[in-house]
Write a new protein. Structure first.
Length: 493
């Protein structure tokens, strides 16, 4: 439910962001287009005004000059009228508009290319003493009119042209609107594509997380989104690529811990079921008389052994879960050489049982002797490793225990090598996992927890353990280290 709601929120959030961006882009573009249309119109208007004004002025000047050159400037004769008509005709040829000679009482004395319904406009110009007038008419035309008066004739030389806003818009559409529209469309397509590409890894991650939450640990975020050099990753932010890669690592860990958990549970179940089955069999046989009374004690002994085995398992498991942290209060300095010698001495019965020789090569460097940690637990590590060496070494074999100080790293390195069966290279990392046994058929020999416990104890002391092939004896060689005691803490507690 919650995940569905989250997904819906994410979708609506990204949709709202995309919509807002698209709407604001469209608004900005519309305003820009409107402004450019207005500036186009204003430019045409200014050109028109200049043209109209200069035409009226030219006409007026030409008529004044013609009158001045007349034989009798005080009288307007036919010749003068002819000249004026010619002037009007010539001027109109170079002018894309109408030309009028108008008396004060609005009588049109002469006109070239006259337009309909101009009375109002002419009146307006005359009323404003010939100043340029802009008159907007309903059918989309805007008239520009200007006039200059020929005082001698008491006539207004008026020129007029118009701007057809429809035509301006047609020009605007083909020069600006269509290219801009295509550009905006292209930008929106690119934008949507970019959003899709940017959010693609996020969608992929959310799909993956959903599957993991449903218990499917086999899914991973596609490599295209986690590989920074992939084209799909280049289009998304670097942080998202890192996030996708980290998510995959997290799922890897989850998958591993899930499989560890399953192995852990099935191993416990197996290690408890086996002795329980034996106990059940013995008890049933005792109860139904299959085991004769004289043998009951022997079978009770076996039942006790099996119960002890279950108890050991429970103790080992409890310990294993609490070993990776060492309480500083229980830390102490202890002499390593003595601990090793004691352990080997105590294991003497097992060693002699298999006639195994144990050679102890201890460093005589006093620094390599004094270690610091939880002595009992570290002693247990040595016991476990040497016990394993004895267990996996055939009769008449050999074990070498040696110590070497590593002052640079402030620790003493301990190795236990045996002439036993060794551990195949591919299994050397796995033997430190809980319940892992190289040969699972040897079910009765240990729980597969000994090395796991060693690893936990050493980890609690900031140390590691690994196994290699023993070069001297040919079996397994375990190498681990104990922390060296600092110089000022050499007083044995
Ligand atoms: P176990 O209680 O089964 O011995 P451990 O954790 O101590 O559990 O060891 C895990 C497995 O590692 C053993 O089952 C064995 O297969 C392998 N192993 C440990 N020590 C040695 C060794 N010295 N030589 C060969 N195999 C070993």
């Amino acid at each position: 439910m919650a995940s569905k709601e989250n997904r819906r929120n994410t979708v609506s959030f990204s949709t709202i962001i995309s919509l807002l961006l698209i709407i604001s882009t469209v608004i900005v573009f519309t305003v820009l287009l409107f402004l450019s249309y207005e500036s186009m119109l204003a430019k045409q208007m200014n050109n028109g005004k200049a043209e109209v004004d200069s035409t009226s002025y030219t006409l007026c000047e030409a008529i004044n000059t013609a009158l001045l050159q007349s034989n009798d400037p005080s009288v307007v004769n036919e010749k003068d009228i002819e000249n004026i008509e010619t002037i009007c005709h010539l001027v109109s040829k170079n002018f894309n508009g109408s030309i009028y000679l108008v008396a004060d009482d609005m009588t049109i004395v002469l006109s070239e290319n006259p337009d309909n319904d101009l009375e109002l406009i002419l009146q307006d110009v005359i009323a404003h003493n010939g100043e340029v007038q802009v008159t907007r008419l309903t059918e989309g035309k805007t008239y520009i009119t200007s006039g200059y008066k020929v005082e001698q004739l008491n006539l207004w030389c008026i020129s007029s042209s118009y701007i057809d806003r429809g035509l301006v818009f047609t020009e605007f559409r083909s020069v600006i609107l269509i290219p801009a529209g295509i550009a905006v469309l292209f930008a929106i397509v690119l934008f949507v594509l970019a959003i899709q590409l940017t959010f693609a890894p996020v969608r992929e991650m959310s799909k993956t997380i959903k599957k993991v939450s449903e218990g499917d640990y086999s899914v991973r975020v596609d490599k295209r989104y986690t590989d920074a050099s992939d084209l799909r990753s280049i289009t998304s932010a670097g942080d998202i690529v890192t996030m996708a890669a980290t998510l995959n690592e997290m799922i890897d860990k989850l998958e591993n811990s899930e499989s560890d958990r399953q192995i852990f549970i099935s191993s416990i179940a197996h290690d408890i079921r086996t002795p329980l089955t034996s106990i059940n069999g013995f008890v049933t046989a005792i109860m139904d008389g299959t085991i004769p009374p004289e043998n009951v004690d022997k079978y009770l002994g076996l039942i006790k052994q099996e119960i002890n085995r279950i108890r050991e398992l429970v103790v080992s498991m409890t310990e294993a879960s609490s070993l990776s942290h060492v309480d500083p209060d229980v830390m102490e300095n202890f002499p390593l050489n003595e601990v090793i010698t004691d352990v080997v001495d105590n294991l003497e019965p097992q060693l002699s049982e298999k006639n195994i020789t144990c050679e102890v090569r201890l460093s005589d460097d006093p620094d390599a002797n004094m270690c610091r940690g939880e002595a009992q637990q570290l002693c247990r590590v040595i016991v476990n490793i040497i016990t394993n060496a004895i267990k996996f070494t055939p009769d008449n074999g050999k074990i070498i225990v040696s110590t070497v100080p590593n002052k640079a790293e402030n620790r003493v390195e301990i190795s236990v090598e045996d002439s036993g069966i060794g551990i195949p290279a591919e299994k050397r990392n796995r033997i430190f996992e809980s319940f892992y046994k190289v040969d699972s058929s040897r079910t009765r020999e240990g729980f597969g927890l000994g090395l796991y416990i060693c690893k936990q104890i050493l980890a609690g002391h900031g140390q590691t353990i690994y196994v290699d092939e023993g070069k001297e004896l040919g079996g397994a060689k375990f190498i681990f280290a104990f922390p060296m005691a600092p110089d000022d803490k050499w007083d044995i507690v």
